[in-house]
Design a protein around this ligand. Sequence first.
Ligand SMILES: CC(C)(COP(=O)(O)OP(=O)(O)OC[C@H]1O[C@@H](n2cnc3c(N)ncnc32)[C@H](O)[C@@H]1OP(=O)(O)O)[C@@H](O)C(=O)NCCC(=O)NCCS
Length: 161
Amino acid sequence: MNVKEMAAFLEFHIEKMTAAQIEEVRALEQEGMLDPWLSDDYLQLLKDADRWLAVTVTTATEERGAVVIGMGLVQFLGTEMELCKMVVEAKFRRQSVATHLWQTLLYQGRMRNCRACFLEVRPSNRGAIRFYEKLGFRLISLRPNYYSNPVEGALIMGCEL
Ligand SMILES: CC(C)(COP(=O)(O)OP(=O)(O)OC[C@H]1O[C@@H](n2cnc3c(N)ncnc32)[C@H](O)[C@@H]1OP(=O)(O)O)[C@@H](O)C(=O)NCCC(=O)NCCS
């Protein structure tokens, strides 16, 4: 059975992130080569539902029960929304998990009258850029020397909601 066929047998569940999922999410970020935010930062943002929304995807496993395999995090800023994090566990990629996460976040942004969404991404992260382009994001500008470890500029991408 290949990965796409296996996906047909998996059941994904999308829900608002809970405090109990923080360490799983931080481990996902680490695996996805993102800089994990501190546990305390997550605790704070989970309490500030007007400004932040973190959504997780879980799936049931025989060995460990429900496990978090993806996460998306947005910040609401008036009529704009910022996509701050998007990560899917490596073995579940290319099965539309992040696309479904995005659709959930997009719906929530529209419900809050957001008109546009922006994000930052490393130019070297070609896979993520392709993914964002597929969602309808376009390049807006470049911020030189934005990231550290390693130092790299950031592409600013945006889309209308
Ligand atoms: C970027 C990321 C979240 C995409 O998650 P995903 O669940 O694999 O994405 P999807 O399956 O929904 O992809 C939808 C489409 O986006 C495009 N896409 C996604 N990943 C891609 C890749 N690595 N290379 C090229 N195109 C890609 C494809 O067109 C794909 O459709 P297809 O599989 O039918 O060809 C995932 O690769 C990831 O977690 N990366 C590490 C963390 C990261 O870099 N996050 C972004 C930081 S800004």
